[in-house]
Ligand binder design. Structure first.
Ligand code: G3P
Ligand code: CA
Length: 244
């Protein structure tokens, strides 16, 4: 079976990352799944944005955690990428759920930094209520956040993001009940048996962020399950173009 195509922050090569325009473009590109990043506002609402400030991807300034939802929603999240995307907003989590109901695409949701079980529930409850559990994996670099996910919504699949392999990964994977362990591409390059070891332990592997055909070829040879890429249209084209 082909590796699954995951649009990193949407189809972020052609539209401003982590906006509805980028998610729509990922779906139109034939991505199996859309990856996105979420954070909490000052008033405890979930918004889709990668950085812990709004500076780089909106026309505003300041920490996401220091701004209210209303203030963040007033910002333009498209013009920094191109004037053609003026008017794009930082998505709310309600908009994410509506997008997933509208389009047949899976979700790889990344919770940035440390979240409590109560905060995690702001994401997991709407996903479960919408019946989206079979289409979702929620991941984090923070083991404590993945633990909060396990406690708040054990029925949702969970993933741990890695830049290096911790010595206790097998124990951690058991303790957190991981369905996926998702490494940086550089880690795979230095640890070619990583994928086989995770498969033997019962986890899937989605590697990030690979945008070049030679990288996709290496990932395929190593047996990864999914590639997270800024260019889902190119990866889909590469996969389809090789078929007889
Ligand atoms: O999904 C993995 C990848 O997105 C993690 O890195 O910095 O792009 O969120 P980052
Ligand atoms: Ca991410």
């Amino acid at each position: 079976m082909d590796m699954r195509v995951v649009g990193h922050r949407g189809n972020s090569a052609v539209a401003p990352q982590n906006t509805l325009a980028a998610f729509e473009a990922a779906w139109r590109a034939g991505a199996d799944c859309v990856e996105m990043d979420v954070q909490l506002t000052a008033d405890g609402r979930v918004v889709v944005i990668h950085d812990d400030t709004v500076d780089a991807t909106t026309d505003g300034a300041g920490a996401v955690a220091g701004l209210t939802l209303e203030a963040i929603r007033a910002l333009d999240a498209g013009s920094w990428f191109s004037p053609a995307f003026a008017g794009q907003r930082v998505p709310t989590f309600e908009e994410v759920v509506a997008f997933l109901r509208r389009r047949d695409i899976d979700l790889l949701l990344e919770l940035k930094d440390v979240w409590s079980p109560d905060d995690v529930a702001l994401c997991t409850e709407p996903l479960l209520a919408a019946g989206l559990a079979p289409r979702v994996v929620v991941q984090s670099f923070e083991a404590v956040t993945v633990g909060a996910l396990r406690d708040a919504a054990p029925e949702l699949r969970r993933g741990l993001l890695l830049e290096a392999v911790p010595p206790d990964l097998d124990d951690l994977a058991d303790e957190l009940g991981l369905a996926a362990v998702n490494p940086d591409g550089a880690l795979l390059a230095t640890d070619p048996t990583f994928v086989a070891r995770r498969h033997a332990a019962g986890q899937e592997v989605a590697v990030w962020t690979l945008d070049e055909p030679w990288e996709w070829q290496t990932a395929e040879r190593l047996g990864v399950d999914a590639v997270i890429t800024d260019c889902p249209d190119r990866l889909r084209g590469w996969l389809v173009g090789r078929e007889p």
